[in-house]
Design a protein around this ligand. Sequence first.
Ligand SMILES: Cc1cc2nc3c(=O)[nH]c(=O)nc-3n(C[C@H](O)[C@H](O)[C@H](O)COP(=O)(O)OP(=O)(O)OC[C@H]3O[C@@H](n4cnc5c(N)ncnc54)[C@H](O)[C@@H]3O)c2cc1C
Length: 500
Amino acid sequence: MTNALQSLPTDEFIAGIEAIAPRFDTATYPQQNLPADDWTLLTRAGVLLPTLPAEFGGRDSHVEMCRVVEAVSEWNLPLGMYVTVITGVALRPIALWAGEAAKREVLPQYAGGDPMIAGFASTEPGCGSAMSGMTTTFQEVEDGYRIRGRKHWQAFSSSAHWWLVSAKNDEHGREYGYFIVKRSEGFRTLRPYEPLGLKVIDYGLNEIDVVVPRHRRIRAEGRNLRPMVEMLMASRAMMAAMGCGFLRRISREAHAYADARTIGPGPQSAIRFVRYRLAAIDTSYTICAALNDYLRTRLDMKADMIGAFPAVQAIKTVATERMLSAAHHYQQLAGGEGYRCGSPTNISAQAFLDARVYTIFDGTNDLLSQQLTEYCLARTDGLPLSKFLAEWPLTASAITSQGLDLGFLDRDLRQEHLVLAGRAIAYAFAIGQVMRWAAQAGGDAGRARAAIEFLKADIAGVATEFGLLSSGVLGIEDGAVPPPADLRFSRSVPVPAAEV
Ligand SMILES: Cc1cc2nc3c(=O)[nH]c(=O)nc-3n(C[C@H](O)[C@H](O)[C@H](O)COP(=O)(O)OP(=O)(O)OC[C@H]3O[C@@H](n4cnc5c(N)ncnc54)[C@H](O)[C@@H]3O)c2cc1C
């Protein structure tokens, strides 16, 4: 079965996924954990193959990884996340960084069309954003490594067959390790969690007590958390593919709803403010389409992505904000029917619940925004931040051609400013991508202009928030803890060699 899929041309292969995706239409598909038989439909259509190297039965294609997730997300966003976790988060680091023996042991199991699942276990009840606080430990023993600890909120908590687990060892100074664990070796789910959305995926609180053979430790620098940042970059970047598929659907649904609904003398879509909301939804789709184009053409999930750190932080934060904001507009337009589970007229309630967590998981957007600013500050070389950004390849074109004034960033940036500044930098990056997208074949100048104006308004909003913070009326100083004097930047932010 998969042999035939392995040799299909890309468009035919993706057409097969597009043909099967509507069966999972979120309007009709049950809000429940995905049954194994349904997962088999997708694995037999080849959704895992682009992630796997050809020698293990895969199609080994970055572009196809993106296109599969975009196609699935258009019909069922949570299913797009389902595929992303297994491919981009769990199997990708194994394919890239594990030794030959571990790859041979694990990867072929995902190429045969069986309903195999893999997860990534990092977050713990006591830490999610600051992973240096992890308590799960590893210890070298005679047969390999013993790993013990508790993790929570893992996608596929009770159903994954294989895990990638992060752990620490403090015996000779802090060291982090990443291990491939088979569920039956001692990964137990103590308690299931019920998420508000993303119902196709099972979550929970997990206990790990395993001994894994030595060859199942992933090759990675152990003294800091940068390898974990790298391992999370593919799924963060994939938010553009998920957002693009999801927002194509939301735009279509919102327009159809507003055209069909009569309010007063005419259709809802004739009301001027409704048209504004529809335009806001459409610009979010445009922005995600441009970011998705960047993902497909400028990034490569088949290689080390750490060099793309700032672009990926920007993609994740902007794409997920846009998904949430568009879902919010759509739900508002659907009125009371938008607050109804299983409404026959719209999918907005579920769309909002599903989109809600995107700004929270995979690195909370607030933290990622702070890290983006820190990344830039580590490279300004004495220039004011706005001057640096005006020359930086990721933001220069937007700043110059749109005449953006980011001078408000040139001040002493406290933690709250770092977060807000990161948003402004990400919006400037997104403007550049919308411009690039519009300039190429198939781009749409009208759509691009509207999207750019919305992003400029977002930057103006950040400038206003800077002013609000300066007014001193918020009282946020009381109780705020200053950063440690010896730490200029978060430890997981890649800094230039001179700073290491
Ligand atoms: C549906 C879902 C799926 C998930 N899937 C997985 C998975 O498969 N594997 C896995 O290991 N984990 C997973 N997680 C965990 C997820 O990645 C974490 O929840 C996330 O990283 C945030 O960590 P936390 O929950 O501990 O929040 P906290 O670290 O407690 O942060 C909470 C909030 O504090 C604020 N905050 C924190 N730091 C900063 C900062 N520097 N600046 C400003 N504000 C800040 C933000 O508002 C943030 O949202 C999942 C979570 C959910 C809800």
